[in-house]
Design a protein around this ligand. Structure first.
Ligand SMILES: Nc1ncnc2c1ncn2[C@@H]1O[C@H](COP(=O)(O)OP(=O)(O)OP(=O)(O)O)[C@@H](O)[C@H]1O
Ligand SMILES: [Mg+2]
Length: 487
């Protein structure tokens, strides 16, 4: 779609790959309810605590939930005693479900408990998830509208949908139950988490990024954060359709990637950095050799020639670490055309900048920063923290000659994720890195529903790289760089 700006007469450099990967429309939001506080008694005489104002149906619901939780616990115990755990891995889903159904029936008969059909189906489903999956988390993992799952102790599970956090009514029975699920996840990847190793990173079987921290460091019960893996990553087309950036910006970025500018995607946590990086990578020519380096492999490049690396923390004895810097150093010996580092946050910054400066142009990475200027300061700080003694001016000129473009991702107050600015680094003026913003998101107001109103616009400056674009066969029409007048 954006390749229309590419001249056809340039056989050596085919037009950038068409954006790939589609994702279903994001679902609509649910509203979360709020609870009310009761008044404190004013008399001196001690009064019986007032019963919270709850409806009879809420009470019934709560009782039902408790009864089901107890039943589940009994049944789970029964299952573990009766199931042949060794055969579990090979058992078909159908057999396992049938077995669970049978054991449930036996236990319900023994206890003389009668459940309606829905409750029974739900109970069987939850038991199946306890045995085979990740217990209460499983429904959320299977819900495509959920981006993040955040557990604050056994009784509180939040999810993020459409950029907003919502409290769910799903809970774990208790901390032991939560710990059992955490153990299940981390032991599957050969890690351990306990009082002496209280936090851990892992990847779920479906590729989701997982982090857990357990007590006593986690004060009110274990903390779990899951970034769900999207099988169909958002592509450029999707991002334009969702209003993350404009068609003009997409056309500019296509030229920037194809002409091998070094690009940094900057943004806050969960602002869409990795998604943007992934989408930008779709513009890389299929003939190039790309090496990716990540802490947890999230990128899904569609090119044929991709080498993926995942760094590794030290093991329990403090050995075996493979840092992002180790991966990067090794990558330089692996004849890459481009290097993509999932996130630069430490000493690997030195090697990243050097790679960008020395023949691996067209490399990309992300950093945590609130705007382009902050991003540059972050890079300077990382270099200083890496223990490199270099005058500030030398550091800056290294950054200025390595980085061409900073793309700023943002999650705005209404939950929408947008690329709020594209800034070019143009060189040095004295001791200062000079830069110019080429595109930005112009906010103009809020709707009554607190949705942000605004539009993307060029700032009117001429791109510093227009000559390069032209030489590489990307004739961007001047209209792309014309600012849109505010309404
Ligand atoms: N423009 C967008 N519209 C809708 N959803 C988006 C958009 N960009 C990203 N997302 C979704 O938001 C979530 C967070 O995105 P992503 O992983 O790219 O963020 P990040 O900035 O890399 O986060 P982190 O700082 O945790 O690494 C993902 O589930 C992703 O699918
Ligand atoms: Mg990320």
């Amino acid at each position: 779609m954006f390749s229309r700006y590419k001249k056809s007469a340039n056989p050596g450099k085919p037009a950038g790959a068409a954006p790939r990967g589609k994702i279903a429309e994001l679902p609509k939001k649910n509203a979360a309810g709020a609870e009310e506080a009761t008044d404190a008694p004013t008399s001196l005489r001690r009064q019986k605590p007032a019963a919270p104002a709850r409806s009879a149906t809420a009470d019934k619901d709560q009782k039902r939930k408790e009864r089901m939780a107890e039943l589940k616990l009994d049944l789970h115990r029964e299952l573990l005693e009766n199931l042949n755990l060794a055969a579990l891995d090979t058992a078909s889903e159908q057999d396992l479900r049938a077995e669970i159904n049978e054991i449930t029936n036996e236990v319900l008969n023994q206890k003389a408990v009668v459940l309606n059909r829905d409750d029974r189906t739900q109970l069987n489903q939850e038991l199946y998830f306890e045995v085979k999956g990740l217990g209460p988390l499983e429904t959320l993992l299977q819900d495509d509208s959920v981006n993040d799952i955040l557990v604050n102790g056994p009784q509180q599970i939040f999810v993020e949908r459409d950029g907003r956090l919502q409290l769910t009514d799903i809970t774990f029975k208790d901390e032991k139950h939560l710990m059992r699920i955490i153990d299940k996840i981390v032991s599957a990847v050969g890690r351990r988490v306990d009082e002496s190793n209280p936090y851990v990173d892992a990847r779920l079987a479906d590729g989701s990024r997982f982090n857990a921290m357990v007590p006593p460091v986690a004060v009110d019960g274990s903390l779990v954060s899951i970034r769900k893996f999207k099988k169909d990553k958002l592509g450029i087309d999707d991002l334009v359709r969702f209003g993350a950036f404009s068609e003009e910006m997409a056309a500019y970025l296509q030229a920037a990637v194809a002409c091998r500018l070094n690009i940094i995607v900057s943004g806050g946590t969960g602002s869409g950095k990795t998604t943007t990086l992934n989408a930008l990578s779709s513009f890389i020519d299929d003939a190039e050799r790309i090496l990716t380096i990540e802490d947890t492999a999230e990128l899904q490049l569609q090119q044929t020639h991709v080498g993926r690396m995942e760094s590794r923390p030290p093991n329990v004895e403090g050995k075996g670490e493979v840092s992002p810097r180790d991966c990067l150093k090794n990558a330089l010996r692996m004849r890459p055309d481009r290097i993509i580092v999932g996130e630069t946050r430490g000493e690997e910054v030195i090697d990243m900048l050097q790679a960008m400066n020395t023949g691996h142009d067209g490399s990309m990475t992300t950093i945590h920063a609130n705007n382009a200027r902050d991003g540059i300061s972050r890079l300077e700080n990382m270099i200083a923290m890496a223990g490199i003694e270099m005058p500030l001016k030398a550091v800056r000129s290294q950054i200025a000659s390595a980085v061409n473009l900073i793309v700023q991702a943002n999650r705005l107050q209404d939950g929408s994720r947008r690329m709020t600015s594209i800034t070019e680094i143009t060189g040095m003026e004295g001791d200062v890195i000079s830069m110019q913003e080429v595109f930005r998101f112009q906010r103009v107001g809020l709707t009554p529903e607190n949705k942000i109103i605004g539009h993307f616009t060029a700032t009117g400056v001429r791109s510093h790289y227009s000559e390069r674009f032209r030489l590489w066969g990307y004739d961007l029409p001047p209209s792309i760089f014309e600012p849109i007048a505010a309404e």
